[in-house]
Ligand binder design. Structure first.
Ligand code: NAP
Length: 262
């Protein structure tokens, strides 16, 4: 895939993995990028950093259908097609399920899953006009293996995995590649309250994502060979895998206690 003439739409491009993805796309020749986020002031610095990129900054909350529709109307006036949609925006609120507010549970679902699905639906007519398109959905390692104290977040990210697989099969007659990315703990603002150690860099996630897109891979799993083995072990013998998770229980509990990025 070549990026020079691609119209790229990314949610959450103002921070963390999204920001690193913009840098990696730029290095690969991308020059036309629309960014969706709730806070426009967080996007503005991108203009100074990449004066060569023709940016469209779109203030919208992906959890709000009317804002998705407004944004798509605007994009439709400027672009005749979307070539790459990157569903990256996401939030977390972790801890014991009874301790997470009802509002945080609903918002995680609305932003991480429902918003992603609705935006994809509303972008699809423009993606179908592209001759070489892609949808990249950012899930999480927790979407593959459910971990304690992340029950809600894990559910939203597992839903992204299933959505990706289903929509990839649904779109078989269109030149739209669908790829899902499963980052492990990554050093971004989302993780500031997580007390996590040995995290990946957002640059690594971005580099693996764009490399995977060029190779038309369907799943990008971060975390190395051990993570791939863990996924197999959890699938083959979940009760045995419980023992491994149990050995991390107290650490996970204290790390997740104040982990919130909403
Ligand atoms: N960091 C990790 O360890 C990790 C691990 C696995 C998966 N992930 C996933 O990777 C993706 C990026 O995470 P990150 O770590 O880069 O997080 P981050 O640094 O907190 O950035 C999140 C981005 O999403 C935007 N956003 C949040 N809610 C939004 C909403 N309702 N509507 C529109 N934009 C919204 C934010 O901008 P505004 O606040 O201005 O809206 C921000 O640009 C997320 O889907 C996350 O779940 C992260």
């Amino acid at each position: 895939m070549k990026f020079e003439n691609k119209n790229i739409l990314i949610t959450g491009g103002s921070s963390g993995i999204g920001k690193a993805l913009i840098s990696e796309l730029f290095n690969n020749g991308a020059r036309t990028i629309a960014v969706i986020g709730r806070d426009r002031s967080k996007m503005e610095p991108l203009k100074t950093k990449y004066p060569e990129i023709n940016f469209l900054f779109l203030k919208a909350d992906v959890a709000k259908l009317n804002e998705i529709k407004d944004v798509m109307q605007l994009i439709g006036k400027v672009w005749d097609r979307v070539d790459i949609l990157i569903n990256n925006a996401g939030v977390v609120s972790a801890g014991a399920l009874e301790d997470i507010s009802d509002e945080d549970i609903i918002a995680q679902q609305n932003i991480n899953t429902t918003g992603l699905i609705l935006l994809t639906k509303h972008v699809l007519p423009l993606l179908k006009k592209s001759e070489d398109a892609a949808i990249i959905n950012i899930s999480s390692g927790l979407g593959l293996i459910g971990m304690p104290f992340y029950a809600t977040y894990a559910a939203t990210k597992a839903a992204v995995k299933q959505f990706s697989e289903a929509i990839r099969r649904e779109l078989k007659d269109y030149p739209i590649h669908v790829m899902t990315v499963y980052p492990t703990a990554t050093d971004t603002p989302m993780m500031e309250s997580a007390a996590s150690k040995n995290m990946d860099t957002p640059e690594l996630v971005a580099q693996k994502t764009i490399e995977g897109l060029k190779n038309k891979e369907i799943d990008i799993i971060l975390g190395g060979e051990q993570r791939i083995q863990d996924n197999k072990d959890n699938f083959n013998d979940p009760l045995k895998f419980d023992e491994k998770v149990n050995s991390m229980y107290d650490t996970m509990k204290s790390r997740a206690k104040n982990h919130r990025s909403m």
